[in-house]
Ligand binder design. Sequence first.
Ligand code: IPM
Ligand code: MN
Length: 352
Amino acid sequence: MKTYRIGVLPGDGVGPEIIREGMKVLEEACKKESVKCEFTNYDFGAERYLKTNEVLPDSALDEFKKLDAIYLGAVGDPRVRPGLLEKELLLRIRFTLDQYINLRPCVLYPGIWTPLKDKTFNEIDFVVIRENTEGLYCGIGGVFKKGTKDETTTQIELNTYKGVERCIRYAFEYTKKRNKRKKLTMVDKSNVLTYGHDLWLRVFDQVGADFSEVQKDHAYVDAACMWMVKNPEWFDVIVTNNMFGDIITDLGAMVQGGLGVAAGGNINPNGVSMFEPIHGSAPKYTGKNVINPIATIAAGAMMMETLGETKVSERIDHSIRALLSSGKVKSMDAGKMGFSTSEIGDLVTKGI
Ligand code: IPM
Ligand code: MN
């Protein structure tokens, strides 16, 4: 039987509750397709950091490199200085495993309420490809005369030819393979960021020359935000840098009905990828069994799709769609679903 070694990082806050449901669904879907996920649990996160003062030892990263994929709940805890776990755990894994693509679909499931309520699920179905290892996230910069009235800081946006090229090439290949509208929109701010984003423009043209079947489109990030709400049906695949990708996928999450349904993948096409819901650790809901596990379950489907198990992934996707279009689940928001976290997990598992 084909077996995948999956590292599981439930993380902080509601992470363990949503990951538990995701694993339940994965186990059932894999069983039906005669494949196996062998889960190894890692307790990295706030609790362990507070006890041991250690966030993520190098030895763990070495172990991760031997896995087939990583399934991540959520990172962040109010007891830990903001930014510490984000940087030392989440970004460290993304960067060290060179997960240079952050793949974030924005899809309206049938039966889901969205603020764009006159749009149907056929009109909200696009994917954001976010560069995931460069840009403003490199932490390059400095501070001078800190704490004084003369304090001066710099935070540099790094754009390398290699980093931009591999991201844009992945995006063109993905658009071609996805085979929907075959349209790739590059989102940038090249009218202002005339060095870095000029590089993106040139590489987009250059790589685009190899993909005559893909329609090339361009939008400045501010206009893109407007169109994501006004005319989401215009988009098929969006490619953008790390910072803009972070921002527009929170907007995308709302367009698709809320953070409760938005999933993401941190992808190294030649290495170990990591899958997670886009939402955070939601500390105020911890332990209450009220958070929506759909985003995490959908991230599990993305994981199986990326591993090449399309049938397992389709089973999960169909079950989510069937449940949501049944109208049984009242809302996508925590505490308002009409079901608990584990009940939603059970319903999706039953529909596999
Ligand atoms: C996300 C998150 C992270 C990011 C944070 C937690 C560092 O917002 O995955 O979108 O900015 O990438
Ligand atoms: Mn974000």
